[in-house]
Ligand binder design. Structure first.
Ligand code: ADP
Length: 269
């Protein structure tokens, strides 16, 4: 479904060239949750941004559902981008808009009718468990609630793909687990493919069935979670496994399972 073929990208700054991506190729199947893991500066964000061409690669192709994105006109690209939701570390909500109006934004931009917007936003509020926050402003929400609003907004145009750029990095471990569970539920129940980047192995272990390891702009390894974790020969992978900074303390894990969960989807099945 998504084919990233031999992507390279060099940034030029102050007369210096820096190769952020070097001949990276990756295939992602429909309905998969793929994690891209790597240290800071490895090229993860650049890679995820080339998928919807927010970053145009110098060479290589991005083929999604048979369409080569690098060959689309800007009008065609704008249409295709509507079907790709993005979620960021710092939520990127508009502070002057209520929760409802933040989620409604992509629909307004798409000239949906008022009735269509009401129906869709209420549906999305239910999915992310924020029905009672529709009229609140982002400043009164917790980090986890803000990310739920951002996820609802990313779902507004019924995307087939969600790109998550360090979506849980600004959240505490319990909230991280609940957001990851929400993403997993969205993937399972709505069939949306998810590509997420992280520098934390625990995030990968919690939700991903396939993993790509990126280091210094190169794809170091790719495979199922089991294959990657058992790769004892790869020093970078071993470093990630040994430096799990996000392992949930037992008592937090217990609390997460005991507490009543909000939202349409139960967080713990
Ligand atoms: P990661 O997401 O793995 O932390 P990035 O993809 O953000 O890594 O960045 C990879 C490298 O490319 C970094 O060294 C970063 O400084 C550089 N880089 C990213 N974007 C730009 C840009 N717009 N201009 C110049 N250098 C950039």
């Amino acid at each position: 479904m998504i084919e990233i073929r031999n992507i390279s990208k060099t940034f030029h700054q102050k007369k210096q060239a820096f190769k952020a991506l070097d001949q990276v190729s990756l295939n992602i199947d429909k309905g998969d949750i793929v994690g891209i893991i790597g240290f800071s500066g490895a090229g993860k964000s650049t890679l995820i941004r080339t998928v919807n061409l927010l970053e145009r690669p110098d060479e290589g192709q991005v083929i999604i559902n048979g369409k080569d994105f690098t060959k689309l006109s800007s009008k065609q690209l704008a249409e295709e981008r509507k079907k790709i939701g993005m979620i960021f570390q710092h939520f990127n909500l508009l502070s002057s808009r209520t929760v409802f109006d933040n989620i409604a934004l992509p629909l307004e931009l798409d000239h949906s009718s008022k009735d269509q917007i009401n129906k869709k936003v209420n549906e999305l509020l239910k999915i992310v468990g924020l029905e009672d926050k529709a009229n609140d402003y982002p400043r009164s929400l917790s980090g986890g609630q803000k990310q739920r609003v951002a996820i609802a907004r990313a779902l507004a145009n019924d995307p087939h793909l969600l790109l998550c750029d360090e979506a849980t990095s600004a959240l505490d471990p319990v909230t991280t687990q609940s957001i990851l569970q929400l993403l997993k539920d969205i993937n399972e129940r709505l069939g949306i493919t998810i590509l997420l980047i992280t520098h934390e192995m625990e995030v990968i272990k919690a939700v991903c069935n396939h993993v790509a390891v990126i280091d210094k702009g190169k794809l170091l390894a790719k495979g199922t979670l089991g294959e990657i974790i058992s790769d004892r020969e790869n020093p970078v992978i071993q470093q990630f496994i040994n430096s799990d900074i996000m392992t949930l303390p037992q008592e937090l894990n217990k609390r997460l399972q005991k507490e009543p969960q909000d939202g349409l989807f139960p967080l713990v099945e």
